[in-house]
Design a protein around this ligand. Structure first.
Ligand code: HEC
Ligand code: HEC
Length: 336
């Protein structure tokens, strides 16, 4: 006798499996790098759960390739279900930045990479223990010997992560085509571009250069010492002038990395733009807010919409293809 329920379950499982394989196959940055280089080793380590205390979390658990190496939560989940205290930023376009982390506490990728491994809210494993685990693994000990001619140590682990992260540059967005003289922006996107660089909106005062960041620390009004009590850069420098300042994030792939800000307090780009338009409406008692943001910008509804349309042109085509594909796969499964 045929059991129809279990047959249906099997069919659905097979469909899901096929969808997963197809989706994974098209996943951005999924393609393995050329074998046995510092970058390919770094890629392997980036996905290695053994580098967390209970082997449950890897870098990619929070920096998810499908979401431009960020994730979709305000605060991400580390070992034992612990939440991070800040929003997970993308790790794309990190090459040659002068600072890392929202408060800039690391100044090189090599140094940065070891910090999440031992951070109690993230991977919770002392770096020395990580070194021992890698050297006890036949695969990794062979890879380190082949690539670095020595056993794994804190220094070459950091170097491998940095080599991988240096490959994660994105330069193939609609906006880049525009920059290469392909006049492809819609009327709304083009108006948004002009708003973005205008003296009225001032976005370009801080979000400039090729990755849309000044690589500096600014206070946009998200610190009041009460419910908003992360004092950011001040925690590192202890200078009063740095209270509430955070690293200006780059804006490439911004449409894929919601929620926004160091505390993930805005769910959409529309909310971000509304905030900038009148910061006091959201945080009336901000301390030390940048002078350029003390008065409302007075953007019209149309200007706000155009600005968001422009921000969406900064998404690399890898992620656009992925979004469309996931959408098609899922609808075709649901249709069945
Ligand atoms: C549990 C989630 C989690 C894990 C696991 C994790 N990160 Fe992060 N990552 C974060 C958060 C949250 C921040 C921001 C923290 C801050 O600024 O104080 C961050 C920041 C970063 C930054 C700085 C980005 C910038 O814009 O300055 C880099 C680079 C980075 N992580 C790489 C890694 C690497 C490499 C690993 C693995 C060794 C890793 N992360 C593991 C959550 C995570
Ligand atoms: C005075 C400098 C400054 C100006 C002007 C400015 N920004 Fe920002 N921007 C920042 C800083 C700093 C942050 C991070 C703040 C935080 O997390 O507390 C940020 C964060 C963002 C984010 C969220 C990024 C993320 O990864 O979470 C977006 C989107 C953004 N800005 C867009 C804009 C737009 C659009 C404008 C113009 C309307 C603008 N910014 C004007 C400095 C600035």
């Amino acid at each position: 006798m045929i059991n129809f329920t279990s047959m249906r379950t099997t069919i659905v499982s097979i469909l899901l499996l096929v969808a997963c394989i197809v989706i994974a196959g098209f996943s951005p940055f999924y393609t393995p790098l050329e074998n046995d280089t510092p970058a390919s080793l770094g890629q392997k380590l980036f996905n290695e759960k053994m580098l967390s205390l209970d082997s449950s979390v890897s870098c990619a658990s929070c920096h998810k390739p499908a979401f431009a190496f960020a994730d979709t939560l305000a605060f991400s989940i580390g070992i034992g279900g612990k939440l991070t205290k800040r929003n997970t930023p993308s790790v794309l376009n990190m090459k040659n930045r002068p600072y890392y982390f929202w408060d800039g506490r690391a100044s090189t990728l090599k140094e940065q990479a070891l910090m999440p491994i031992s951070h109690p809210d993230e991977m919770g494993l002392p770096v020395q223990e990580a070194v021992i685990r890698l050297n006890n693994s036949p695969i990794y000990s062979a890879l380190f010997k082949k690539i670095y001619k020595q056993a794994a140590n804190a220094k070459n682990i950091g170097a491998a992560f940095a080599a991988y992260e240096n490959t994660l540059e994105t330069i193939n967005s609609k906006f880049d085509d525009w920059g290469n003289n392909i006049k492809n922006l819609s009327a709304s996107e083009e108006r948004g571009r002009q708003v973005f660089i205008s003296a009225k909106a001032k976005c370009f005062d801080c979000h400039f250069r090729e990755d849309f960041t000044n690589d500096d620390f600014k206070n946009i009004g998200l610190f009041n010492g009460k419910d908003l009590n992360d004092s950011g850069r001040f925690l590192i420098t202890r200078k009063r002038i740095d209270i509430g300042k955070f690293k200006t994030p780059g804006l490439r792939n911004i449409a894929v990395t919601a929620p926004y800000m160091h505390n993930g307090m805005f769910a959409t780009l529309e909310e971000v733009v509304d905030y900038y338009n009148n910061p006091k409406k959201v945080v009336p008692d901000a301390i030390n807010i940048d002078p350029s943001l003390q008065q409302p910008l007075g953007l019209t509804e149309k200007e706000k919409k155009d600005l968001v349309a422009f921000l969406k042109t900064l998404t690399d085509k890898k992620f656009i293809k992925k979004e469309a594909l996931m959408h098609n796969q899922l609808t075709s499964i649901i249709d069945k």
